[in-house]
Design a protein around this ligand. Structure first.
Ligand SMILES: [Fe+2]
Ligand SMILES: [Fe+2]
Length: 178
């Protein structure tokens, strides 16, 4: 498998979550309510899987490695754009969390914000994923030898291996008040 393999497999699961969110949006519009626990689940998926685990591998391993290479102006521009888009996704998720808190506290108007942020995520991810799968990943492969690509794949597996521990450490730290 090439190093981009796991990243593309992760894209497929993110797309499935986007479909789940799309269906939920239809439901929210027709019922004018949402289950805040469902929003917690979406946030957990986006934060831990899409952002920490997936964007984490892209930024901390792939992009960092490419930063050492002499990228073409176009590839460099695209990489910076992708990084900015990760920031945008993080900001949107934070706003979704805040809207969900307000909704839980009985502020019915927060439902509009929740739906708005979910819609933003639904509109954002497919374009971002497409850019990586079809343009950036193939382009970045050209800067790496086969050996370097395989070394990167090993780093990806190692990164993933730590994730489950990081997630549950975080879960215990919350109640501990650390
Ligand atoms: Fe990305
Ligand atoms: Fe990605």
């Amino acid at each position: 498998m090439q190093a981009r393999g796991p990243l593309m497999i992760e894209h497929r699961l993110i797309e499935r979550m986007i479909s789940v969110i799309k269906r939920a949006l239809t439901q929210i519009t027709s019922t004018e309510e949402v289950d805040p626990v469902f929003i917690d689940t979406v946030v957990d998926f986006i934060r831990i899987y899409a952002d920490r685990t997936h964007h984490g591998k892209e930024e901390d391993i792939l992009f960092r490695e490419l930063n050492k290479r002499d990228l073409s102006a176009e590839d460099e521009r695209m990489m910076n754009e992708l990084i900015e888009e990760h920031v945008f996704a993080r900001r949107t998720t934070k706003a979704l969390v805040e809207a969900n808190i307000r909704y839980r506290n009985g502020e019915a108007a927060a439902l509009t914000d929740i739906a708005d942020k979910l819609r933003t995520l639904v509109e954002f991810y497919p374009g971002h994923i497409d850019k990586e799968d079809k343009i950036f990943f193939p382009a970045s492969r050209a800067y790496l030898t086969n050996e370097e690509d395989q070394a990167m794949l090993s780093k990806f597996w190692e990164f993933d291996r730590k994730m489950i521990h990081e997630k549950y450490k975080l879960l215990v730290h919350g109640p501990e008040g650390k």
